[in-house]
Design a protein around this ligand. Structure first.
Ligand code: FAD
Length: 338
């Protein structure tokens, strides 16, 4: 088979090599007078001058697949740059890594002093990890149940703020909208709470705790990804009321903020305890992420205030192994009439 590749930049050369290795006959067309595209190297008076390309990020999976990094005998440069402006050389470096760079960097006229201060501020904030944002709240309307399979997500940034940023999400499948959501992202507090009032539940499930997969056929696929246990004292017991208690942890992965959010809707519908088993679709759900979860089991308490007609509410409290509230979720859902 024959292929024509237009352009001998990185992308074209990799495509040509891949096709060639797969047994294709390949012709590469290049408009310029040499190969390399934006990664060309010109040899001038014995010096190799690279056009563009200053940094090779060796962690790129594609770079690891396509390049023989050992053969390249890579060397590390000191962090910094020399900017030539009107025959004046400006040396800019990072004095925190190389103290020698302090004086030339302070004296350089490029960049401006205000820019240098901004870089320092940015470095300080990055070190503090204050750019790490988590979805602090998410509020979703479930319009129709999707089938298993690919879905299309369209996101729109509504606001980027210092304290909170807001993103709107629309999820559709087969050209039909199935869910809309608004996610507010911010920085979770690292300080211990000055006040909290949480339900009491053992940090780990007791040996006789029930695995949900055995009691809820809808939970079977989920149970491959998470281990969910129910408190036997309050599951389908007469007089227990619309309250469920349980524990959850992911299978083979550490607990993270997204899992804490998922835990806000992981138990069987609370109405199983008032004689309404079966599928209970969520219509609206709002979840608040309150802290980064500690490793280990998450404790869950789910309760309803009112079950009336087909409608019921469900409030979930998620507490981590360190006893901190990590997620609160409230949903309005439908249940088959008993
Ligand atoms: C100043 C600068 C610094 C950079 N620094 C870095 C860096 O430090 N680290 C990093 O990872 N990336 C860096 N990049 C980006 C990197 O160089 C590019 O992403 C990469 O080289 C793009 O490769 P490419 O094959 O997609 O395109 P190109 O390299 O642009 O190759 C396209 C080729 O197609 C040819 N062509 C176009 N049209 C036709 C035609 N009709 N017929 C025949 N030939 C045609 C062109 O002449 C060119 O040779 C830098 C880029 C620049 C400009």
């Amino acid at each position: 088979m024959k292929a024509i590749v237009a352009g001998a930049g990185l992308a074209g050369l990799v495509a040509a090599r891949t096709l060639h290795r797969a047994g294709w006959e390949v012709i590469v067309l290049e408009a310029a007078d040499g190969v390399g595209g934006r990664v060309r190297t010109d040899v001038v008076d014995g010096f190799r001058l690279d056009r563009g390309f200053q940094v090779l990020f060796t962690a790129y999976p594609a770079a690891q697949r396509q390049l023989d990094l050992k053969a390249l005998k890579l060397r590390q440069f000191d962090h910094g740059a020399i900017v030539v402006e009107d025959h004046h050389w400006n040396e800019i470096g990072d004095p925190r890594q190389d103290p020698k760079a302090l004086i030339p960097t302070l004296l350089s006229t490029v960049p401006l002093l205000s820019d240098k201060l901004k870089v320092l501020k940015l470095a300080r904030e990055l070190r503090r990890g204050s750019f790490r944002r988590s979805p602090e709240t998410s509020s979703a309307e479930f319009l129709r149940a999707p089938d298993r399979g690919p879905v299309r997500l369209v996101t729109e940034v509504v606001k980027v703020g210092r304290t909170a940023s807001v993103v709107r999400v629309a999820l559709s499948q087969h050209e039909r909208l199935t869910m809309t959501a608004t996610v507010t992202a911010g920085r979770l507090p690292s300080q211990a709470p000055v006040w909290s009032d949480l339900p009491v539940l053992a940090p780990e499930p007791p040996p006789d705790a029930l695995a949900t997969s055995e009691h809820d056929e809808n939970a079977a696929p989920l149970s491959r990804a998470c281990d969910v246990r129910l408190d036997p004292a309050g599951f389908r017991r007469e007089g227990a009321g619309a309250v469920l208690r349980g524990w959850v942890r992911p299978v083979g992965e550490p607990v993270d903020v997204l899992f804490a959010l998922l835990a806000g809707d992981i138990l069987p519908p609370v109405v199983v305890n008032v004689g309404r088993p079966g599928w209970a679709p969520t219509v609206q759900l709002s979840a608040l992420l309150r802290a980064r979860p500690a490793p280990g089991w998450l404790r869950l308490v789910s309760e309803s205030r009112v079950v009336a007609g087909s409608w019921f509410d469900e409030d979930m409290t998620v507490i981590d192994s360190a006893g901190r509230l990590v997620c609160q979720a409230r949903q309005l859902a439908l249940s088959p009439l008993g």
